[in-house]
Write a protein that binds this ligand. Structure first.
Ligand code: BTN
Length: 321
């Protein structure tokens, strides 16, 4: 049913009225199936549809699809050479899809963006939920000459690349270690980095990014969206800007590592010199004062037992009440 619902959504995307009969003819199915697909669009995709006797169906808002040529149009020269962009209507998770390709040598610079994930994943085993059209979700596959051991600060550098693009759009985001992008204390974007390779040899990395354009409903933590800052950019235009910045950042990271980004990252850090609590999946929490990050991206915290260093992994950080 999801396939047909996507086809009907395409037929309705312009936000004008289309009769059930015309859509059924175009798609070669019955009017009952079109009606059922409209139900899926309303109930599963949560997009309101008007249904008016004699006129047909109309989306309350036009739907702006992800589109490879629109994305490529805004890529700058070097970036256009590096990225191979693909769009899928629905996948389990863009990270899962790209990880499956991580061992094939030829796919450096592959980008997969999707309208919907059925099993979107977040850090620390969490799920990533998004309403159709309200979140930009994509993953990129990048190969480094550096071994995995040297990639510890990468997730912070990716957060900084996002912050550069968003701040250029006048969205005053800050960064929470290791890689949350916050707006007004709510999470605007999440980053999930997954590695494939060995400690010393070249590594393949899948970088998954989700950015809220509209606020998601029913999330049990403070969230934010670009619309909170009055920014309404198409997902295609936003993705192109992000790819341009990510290409520059990844090339620089490959040459110099996180050290090249550390000062800029610290200047945007949301928890600098504040009391924080670090939580672990298999250990007691640790309280202390956040003192910035090391050149490898590790978090420096002053605790009652003296200064300590925490590495990106099974740690999450919250400001102390
Ligand atoms: C987090 O903050 O926990 C990370 C969230 C990352 C979500 C993105 S959406 C695109 C990509 N595919 C996934 O399954 N996850 C990432």
């Amino acid at each position: 049913m999801a396939d047909l619902a996507f086809s009907v959504l395409r037929a309705l995307a312009d936000g004008k009225f289309h009769s059930g009969e015309t859509i059924a003819q175009e798609l070669g199915c019955s009017r009952t199936l079109v009606w059922q697909a409209v139900h899926t669009i309303e109930n599963t995709f949560a997009l309101p549809v008007y249904s008016v006797r004699g006129q047909g169906y109309k989306l309350a808002q036009p739907f702006d699809w992800l589109d490879v040529s629109a994305i490529r149009r805004d890529l700058d020269g070097e970036s256009a050479e590096v990225w191979t962009v693909a769009v899928a209507e629905q996948v389990d998770s863009t990270n899962t899809q790209l990880l499956a390709h991580a061992s094939a040598d030829e796919l450096h610079g592959l980008v997969l963006a999707t309208e919907q994930q059925t099993a979107g994943r977040g850090r620390l085993g969490r799920r990533w939920h998004a309403k159709l059209g309200s979140c930009l979700m994509f993953s990129i596959l990048w190969r480094f000459d550096r071994g995995l051991a040297e990639l510890a600060g990468l997730s912070l550098a990716v957060g900084l690349a996002l912050a550069r693009v968003l701040r250029a759009l006048a969205v005053p985001v800050v960064l929470k270690w290791p890689n949350d992008v916050l707006l007004n204390d709510g999470k605007l974007a999440g980053i999930l980095i997954e590695l494939s390779g060995d400690a010393l040899g070249p590594a393949a990395v899948v970088i998954g990014i989700g950015i809220n354009l509209q606020r998601p409903a029913d999330i049990d933590q403070p969230v934010a969206a670009l619309s909170d800052a009055g920014v309404y950019l198409s997902r295609n235009a936003l993705l192109a800007r992000l790819l341009n910045e990510l290409q520059r950042m990844l090339a620089e990271f490959d040459r110099h590592g996180f050290a090249a980004f550390r000062d800029e990252w610290m200047a945007l850090s949301s928890h600098q010199d504040q009391a924080v609590r670090l939580s672990f999946s298999h250990a007691e929490p640790v309280d202390g004062v956040a003192r910035g990050v090391a050149e490898n991206g590790a978090l420096l915290v002053d605790t009652a037992d003296g200064p300590r260093v925490f590495h990106v992994g099974e740690v999450s950080m919250r400001r102390q009440a």
